[in-house]
Design a protein around this ligand. Structure first.
Ligand SMILES: *Cc1c(COP(=O)(O)O)cnc(C)c1O
Length: 377
């Protein structure tokens, strides 16, 4: 089956108990155990819940993985993955990783002696140079946030295989529709399901998919032990959001392509960062490993102070953090998502005061372009 059909028919869409076409919200903490001598699958909702399980099985199918896990947020998912490592283990993470991932790895897991090195993953030599005896994993993001830098995932998979490393990808920007890292040789995929998977800016959630039984056991021990599980209501919202993932992204991606091209030709714009543009330096690598350019882009204005003014003048697009919703969202990284990074380090990463990020929604592109045009004027 192709991906769109799989979103609707993946074996988890019908409630086994009733035949309901929408998985019921099993709002229960515990279950009657009819026969206490023989265990039963459902015993307590931190361990297992039918609504959450339907979501977990669905995301596992969509990512072509063996086991899925639903957590309370994207960060809960990422933290739960990092929590499979032990003191003295070394993990290499790309330097332009999501801010929250940077924060927990440098300010939390380091207290438990998990050793972290941040590298520029676009430079494969820098990855191999930093591999040590105790290196256990490589944690990557592609495209990166907010500059849409591309990492060669296949090449990283080769490096990981050679050095026996676990390979982890934060696939939030692409979703399983556009990029399936497990097919490329990755072991673990994480998502902030708050973004494209939920898709409506109405739920915070996280997902993990792993390959193999042994990894599934390690991650389940953290999910059940830490207990940062996703509740049944929010699991249901993600199941509902997933059904329209393809139609939303197809439309949002078309909007992104059109806006990127329009911005690219605008006299007041310095650079547009979008893998769908021929000028994007990572374009060829990206389209080898993904089926589309996605619905997030960023751009830099020629005049620095214009970016902050644009944020005040834009009317139709929402000014907010987050992305992947039905509404177009513009954000100003230096004041929002990346405000905590010291200015010097930000500038080194290219996150300058004239940078704006856009997540395209489902509005008509003509209205968005008019809004952007007015704001730039
Ligand atoms: C938003 C985001 C996260 C964090 O997810 P939450 O659901 O906000 O906890 C992680 N990675 C990326 C790439 C994100 O965009």
């Amino acid at each position: 089956m192709k991906f769109g059909s799989k979103l609707i028919h993946n074996g988890n869409e019908i409630d086994k108990a009733t035949g309901a076409l929408s998985i019921p919200i099993y709002q229960t903490s515990t279950y009657h155990q009819a026969d206490i001598d023989n265990g039963q699958e459902y015993d307590y909702s931190r361990s297992v819940n039918p609504t959450r399980k339907a979501l977990e099985n669905t995301i596992a199918k969509l990512e072509n993985g063996d086991k899925g896990f639903a957590l309370a947020s994207g960060m809960a998912a990422i933290a739960s993955v990092l929590a499979i490592f032990s003191a003295k283990d070394h993990v290499i993470i790309c330097e332009d990783v999501y801010g929250g991932t940077y924060r927990i790895s440098s300010k939390f897991f380091n207290r438990f002696d998990v050793e972290i090195t941040f590298v520029n993953a676009a430079d494969l030599e820098e990855i191999t140079k930093n591999i040590k005896k105790n290196t256990k994993a490589l944690f990557l993001e592609s495209p990166s946030n907010p500059l849409l830098k591309i990492t060669d995932l296949q090449a990283c998979a080769d490096i990981a295989r050679e050095h026996n490393l676990l390979l982890i990808l934060d696939n939030t920007f692409m979703s399983p529709y556009l990029q399936r890292p497990l097919d490329l040789g990755f072991d673990i995929v994480v998502h902030s399901a708050t973004k494209f998977i939920g898709g409506h800016s109405d739920v915070v959630g996280g997902l993990i998919v792993v390959k193999g039984n042994e990894l599934a056991k390690r991650v389940y021990a953290v999910q059940n032990g830490f207990g940062a599980i996703l509740g049944p209501q929010d699991s249901w919202l993600l199941l509902r959001g997933l059904k329209t993932l393809k139609v939303r992204l197809d439309y949002q991606q078309r909007n992104a392509q059109k806006l990127a091209e329009w911005l690219d030709n605008h006299e007041k714009i310095e650079t547009v960062y979008y893998p769908g543009l021929p000028s994007h330096p990572g374009r060829d690598i990206h389209f080898r490993q993904a089926d589309g350019a996605g619905a997030v882009l960023s751009f830099k204005t020629k005049e620095t102070q214009m970016a902050a003014q644009f944020m005040k003048k834009v009317k139709l697009a929402a000014v907010a953090v987050s992305l992947g919703g039905v509404e177009t969202i513009v954000s100003y990284p230096v004041k929002m998502s990346h405000a905590a990074i010291p200015k010097e380090e930000r500038e080194r990463l290219g996150i300058t005061d004239n940078l704006i990020r856009v997540s395209l929604g489902l509005e008509d592109i003509e209205d968005l372009i008019e809004d952007f045009n007015n704001a730039l004027k």
